[in-house]
Ligand binder design. Structure first.
Ligand SMILES: [Fe+2]
Ligand SMILES: [Zn+2]
Length: 389
């Protein structure tokens, strides 16, 4: 029977690596000396319960060369020049094969951009399932990663539902409004979202350097007239613009725009931040969209001769957002929680009518990707019986 185990180790000085080989000379794996010394699993070098490295860079010699390396049944033994012995289980070395390093699917999801066709296929989950079933919780977060939009049905018609979901993950993101905040129409509100006015497609809190990642809007009481929500996949629009007008794409991805908001609700606050409307990662993947007309600052810190072309680029972006084929509209019913990737999927709201007996009430909360991905990874590892490395 074929075995996965290598039986021979060769010290390969030109590559400064141990080459582990099978009986038939087939290569099992290449392990650089410095990497092996850095990752010694003994109690002196690695703290087993905290899983923290004890060998610090200050004591690590990148030019280190083993005195002796040999394979003994299930272990690679290495004796270093100072006499220290490192023992690596071959099963662990197999998981650490450089040639076979697997991407973390939670960190790099495959996104699917969408337009108006999403109207008929919004990923939908039940509140009770998300609360009581880990697989459903995982799949909901995954839907947010892939599509940026998901609907949760049948939550209780009272405050606290989004907090319960937050607790399933870890905690909600705390901001100056608190952990959750109520979107009710108010007379003389200092914040536009607390009026009954139409809200243009936007991302929340673009005036934060660390904008909220996932947003949940729980419909506790719906207006009888108006109050529909619009959603648009900003990444799809950005991808379209990249092909339609590369110069506009360049402006939107490089020239920062200022956002600010101040007020006296809750505690006195004044937030401000500037960033390009479309933000890219170094590898060209979309990182975030920041766009919110309601809180776009009157000041723009760019050379005055650039102002016209920036406005023109923003106008083109805005026009794409509102194209019929790019946006969807839903009217939540009481008990719905619409959840979306705030820095990807823009949301808006139609104006609505409030009467004494019919006041619209939404509860809103945010969750950071770090917390959601952490929960997803833990559930996934349990389902697949995988141990973190
Ligand atoms: Fe909003
Ligand atoms: Zn050690």
């Amino acid at each position: 029977m074929a075995t996965f185990r290598p039986t021979r180790v060769e010290l390969d000085y030109p590559s400064r690596s141990c080459l582990l080989q099978h009986d038939d000379d087939k290569l099992f794996g290449t392990y650089p000396y410095v990497w092996l010394r850095d990752n010694c699993r003994c109690d002196k070098c690695f703290h087993p319960s905290s899983r923290g490295r004890r060998v610090l860079m200050v004591d690590l010699d990148p030019d280190i060369i083993p005195d002796v390396a040999e394979i003994d049944d299930q272990t690679l033994n290495i004796r270093w020049p100072d006499g220290h012995l490192s023992q690596f289980p071959l099963s662990w070395l197999k998981e650490m094969q450089f040639s076979n390093m697997r991407e973390d699917p939670v960190s790099t999801p495959v996104r699917q951009f969408w337009g108006n066709e999403m109207h008929h296929k919004i990923p939908t989950f039940s509140f009770a399932d998300i609360l009581h079933n880990d697989k459903n919780l995982h799949d909901w977060i995954e839907a947010l990663q892939v599509h940026g939009l998901a609907l949760i049905k049948d939550a209780p018609h009272k405050e606290g539902a989004v907090l319960e979901i937050g607790k399933r993950i870890s905690n909600l993101k705390m901001i100056s409004f608190g952990e959750t905040f109520q979107v009710l129409s108010k007379f003389e509100a200092s914040n536009l979202f607390c009026t009954n006015a139409k809200l243009g497609l936007h991302t929340d809190l673009p005036y934060f350097a660390y904008s909220p990642n996932i947003q949940m809007l729980h419909c506790i009481k719906q207006a009888s007239k108006g109050g529909e929500n619009q959603f648009c996949d900003g990444y799809k629009v950005a991808e379209d613009i990249k092909h339609i007008d590369p110069e506009v794409f360049r402006i939107l991805t490089t020239i920062p725009v200022d956002f600010r908001e101040w007020g006296t609700d809750y505690k006195e606050y004044h937030y401000k931040h500037r960033s390009p409307i479309i933000q890219l990662l170094p590898n060209g993947r979309f990182k975030a969209i920041s766009y919110n007309d309601q809180v776009r600052a009157p000041y723009i810190q760019i050379p005055v001769q650039d102002v016209y072309k920036v406005y023109r680029a923003i106008k083109i972006f805005n026009t794409e957002l509102y194209k019929h084929e790019n946006k969807i509209e839903i009217k939540m019913v009481e008990g719905d929680i619409v959840s979306f990737a705030n820095q990807r999927v823009l949301h808006g709201r139609s104006s609505f009518t409030v009467t004494e007996t019919n006041e619209r009430h939404l509860e809103c909360a945010y969750i950071d990707w770090d917390e959601a991905c952490c929960r997803m990874r833990v559930i996934r590892e349990k389902m697949l019986n995988q141990k973190p490395l």
